[in-house]
Ligand binder design. Structure first.
Ligand code: NAD
Length: 250
């Protein structure tokens, strides 16, 4: 049997309405999973659910805000209607306010907004996933960032939250072994809506040169989706508590 296949598994993807989450949802479906897509915009989740169905898999689009624990629990309830949940991807995240700021000038409410979306919501997602995954267990994948590696000028709250996601991933992995594997995938630059809003590079030079990607191109949602398929599948059955950097070598 192909160890990268996910046939018969139900996957939840938060923030699956566009960008990287959309790519993850479609890669999981290509690998055979049925997919529950959660995001805040109905039009987006419906579009991705239809794209999953077009690949021959079952799908549901659920509108929810991942910073709200009750709403995340409802996502899990909706997902259980498709079968036992075996994969949970905490992808929703980004920069709720894209204004670059030094930490010394970051108002507390902006700090809180970043940490709520990028860290607290991942904590909620891991807790709920651990509670709803049955005896057969499964795989939780948290979407981190290259920014987790260290300092990130004018992007401090985001970098701190993603570094904490890696820490959370390691601790949940220990707590939940051997029933559930918990890993992270950390993307490098991928020109999604959120990325384009939060970067302001001069248009006369290729962006991958400006930010120095050794593999000489920006990433795609599918680059991340394929890494998630690996982390979700039996191909990674002896991997837990790890963060896989998918960054073009950055
Ligand atoms: P995006 O803005 O294009 O898409 C994010 C999705 O999450 C959207 O569907 C949005 O509706 C949803 N979302 C946002 N807040 C939500 C909330 N509170 N509740 C439910 N859904 C919510 O962003 P993206 O670039 O695809 O980013 C996806 C993940 O990848 C994020 O965790 C981000 O930090 C991470 N990441 C992105 C890049 C990049 O270059 N794009 C790099 C590193 C890490």
């Amino acid at each position: 049997m192909n160890p990268f296949r996910l046939d018969g598994t139900v996957a939840v993807v938060t923030g699956g309405g566009k960008g990287i989450g959309r790519g993850i949802a479609l890669c999981l479906a290509e690998a055979g999973a049925d997919v529950v897509v959660c995001a805040r915009t109905k039009k987006d989740v419906d579009e991705v659910a239809n794209a999953v169905r077009a690949l021959g898999r079952k799908a549901k689009g659920v509108v929810a805000d991942v910073t709200n624990e009750d709403q995340v629990r409802l996502v899990a309830e909706e997902a259980k209607e498709l079968g036992d949940i075996g994969i949970w991807v905490n992808n929703a995240g980004g920069l709720p306010d894209a204004t670059p700021r030094y930490l010394t000038r970051t108002p507390l409410d902006r700090w809180d907004a970043q940490l709520d979306l990028n860290l607290r919501a991942v904590f909620i997602g891991c807790q709920v996933a651990a509670q709803v995954m049955g005896e057969n267990g499964g795989a939780i994948i948290n979407i981190s960032s290259r920014a987790a590696k260290g300092s990130s000028l004018k992007n401090g709250p985001y970098a701190a939250s993603k570094a904490a996601v890696n820490s959370l991933t390691e601790t949940f992995a220990l707590e939940l072994a051997p029933r559930i594997r918990v890993n992270a995938v950390a993307p490098g630059p991928i020109p999604t809506e959120n990325f384009n809003q939060s970067t302001n590079f001069p248009k006369d030079k290729p962006i991958e040169q400006i930010i120095g990607v050794p593999l000489r191109r920006l990433g795609t949602p599918e680059d991340i989706g394929n890494a998630v398929v690996f982390m979700a599948s039996p191909a990674s059955s002896w991997v837990t508590g790890q963060c896989l950097y998918v960054t073009g070598g950055m």
